[in-house]
Design a binder for this molecule. Structure first.
Ligand SMILES: Nc1ncnc2c1ncn2[C@@H]1O[C@H](COP(=O)(O)OP(=O)(O)OP(=O)(O)O)[C@@H](O)[C@H]1O
Length: 310
């Protein structure tokens, strides 16, 4: 069995307007992982998902879902995938039970009430099964969209911005739910522009910017590789400018002259801190406190996306 449940190569998309939304994207999604595709608005996340799900046609490239080509074997690939779209579109007068059961029927599968019941119970929707959709809150409707996407027992679930506009409590619920799904064997790809969501949830993170994949990395590795640390010295007396003796160091002086900040690469074994502190003392600068901090995924993300756009 192939390790990758989804394999995308050379995928490009130009819309009829001439706008190029994807630029030769290569991406492999591993079986059983939670993968977060992180990118700013308009980066191409929805376009990418829509192509994989057969809603939008690619201009070039190849997509294999569990070894099946989306263009020649569409019905098979679509049945392997569950899609939770960004927008809440549901039939207002239908009950929750019917909405979810009908979704399964669209895949030509025989009814399986025990499965629908399990999905509704897992999503805390069981007591709402007979309620018409229009009586549900926004958060409940979102759960129904997930239930619909799970109705045909997909192996690969796409969640397009699952927590956009969702309150904190529901967000936590969604995250717990996504983890349970992964534990039950479903591979998850979620798109988000919330960095904390990617940091919290993902095993691996892909960053997309202007239609191109900028990087794909294990989350921990990403933070280790690209993370930077900062050492800040709080000075006893404000400095007007950096002393010449310290010119060789990448130091920044705060506007009020009371803080010196040294940025260094986390990977480097020789951070140079010991030497720096000696030289600071040698330059007659006294400090009363010192503090280190580490760059967050947010800093890394902003660096990556702005580097690419610059
Ligand atoms: N049908 C279309 N015709 C022309 N351009 C389109 C079409 N659909 C999307 N685009 C453009 O393609 C780009 C990528 O859109 P897409 O929806 O894939 O981005 P996204 O990363 O999902 O953004 P968001 O986070 O805002 O949903 C955007 O600039 C968008 O305006």
């Amino acid at each position: 069995m192939n390790e990758n449940i989804l394999s995308i190569s050379g995928l490009s998309k130009s819309y009829a307007s001439g706008f190029q939304a994807l630029r030769s994207v290569d991406l492999q999604i591993r079986r059983g992982e939670i993968f977060a595709l992180l990118g700013p608005n308009g980066a191409g996340k929805t376009t990418l998902i829509s192509i994989v799900c057969g809603i939008v046609n690619a201009s070039a490239g190849r997509v294999l879902v569990d070894g099946h080509d989306i263009s020649t074997d569409y019905r098979t690939t679509r049945s392997i995938i569950g899609l939770v779209p960004q927008e809440l579109t549901v039939e207002a007068f239908e009950t929750v039970w019917n909405t979810v059961s009908l979704s399964r029927g669209l895949f030509g599968l025989s009814p399986k009430p025990a499965h629908i019941e399990k999905v509704l119970r897992d999503l805390s929707l069981w007591d709402k099964k007979d309620s018409p959709m229009r009586t549900l809150s926004g958060g409940m409707k979102r759960r129904v969209l997930i239930a619909k996407a799970l109705s045909h027992e997909p192996k690969l679930l796409f969640l397009d911005e699952p927590t956009a506009g969702v309150d904190v409590a529901l967000r936590q619920d969604m995250w717990a739910l996504v983890r349970r799904l992964r534990d039950s064997g479903v591979t998850i790809v979620l798109t988000t522009h919330y960095i904390d969501e990617a940091e919290e949830m993902a095993d691996r993170i892909g960053v997309i910017s202007k239609g191109a994949i900028v990087l794909v990395e294990q989350k921990a590795e990403l933070m280790r590789k690209l993370g930077r640390k900062q050492l800040t010295l709080h000075l006893v007396r404000p400095l007007e400018k950096l002393p010449v003796a310290l010119a060789a160091y990448p130091l920044a002086l705060s506007v009020d002259g009371t803080q010196l900040t040294y940025t260094y690469d986390e990977r480097g074994e020789h951070s140079g801190i010991a030497q720096l502190l000696q030289d600071v003392e040698g330059a007659g600068i006294a400090f009363k406190d010192l503090q280190t901090s580490q760059s967050s995924l947010e800093d890394i993300f902003v660096d990556l996306v702005t580097e690419k756009t610059a």
